[in-house]
Design a protein around this ligand. Structure first.
Ligand SMILES: [Zn+2]
Length: 122
């Protein structure tokens, strides 16, 4: 990943990045977002590939973060969800549980089933 200012006056910085599928692509700095996880102190950057329209997400070291944010990339801070720290009780979810849940979603009865299970201590 590197960037340079366009030659036109007021031109946005052009970012050259690599998509896993399309290879090297060019973006404007406004197309790039930097994410900083406060919980882990890890940074990544992401963009929607102009070739395949998939989101590309890559690790970013401090130099990449500094380079992108100083060029105008949006910086988003986030934290891991608190649910990760909650104690996990009960049996693990099995493939049968997933299949049953899938069938419930298709049947449209899942809200009633969920309420029934919650009321009966499942
Ligand atoms: Zn692509």
């Amino acid at each position: 990943m590197n960037y340079s200012r366009g030659r036109r006056r007021n031109a946005a910085a052009i970012v050259r990045a690599t998509c896993h599928t399309c290879g090297d692509v060019e973006l404007t700095i406004e197309d790039v977002q930097v994410q900083f996880c406060v919980t882990t102190a890890q940074s990544t950057y992401s963009f929607v590939c102009p070739g395949c329209s998939l989101i590309v997400n890559k690790d970013a070291n401090d130099a990449v973060v500094q380079s992108l944010t100083s060029a105008g990339a949006r910086l988003v801070q986030w934290t891991m969800p608190a649910e990760l720290d909650e104690p996990k009780t009960g049996p693990r979810i099995s493939h049968d549980d997933l299949l049953e849940f899938h069938l419930l979603l298709e049947s449209g009865e899942w809200e009633r089933e969920l309420a029934y299970r919650a009321a009966n201590g499942y």
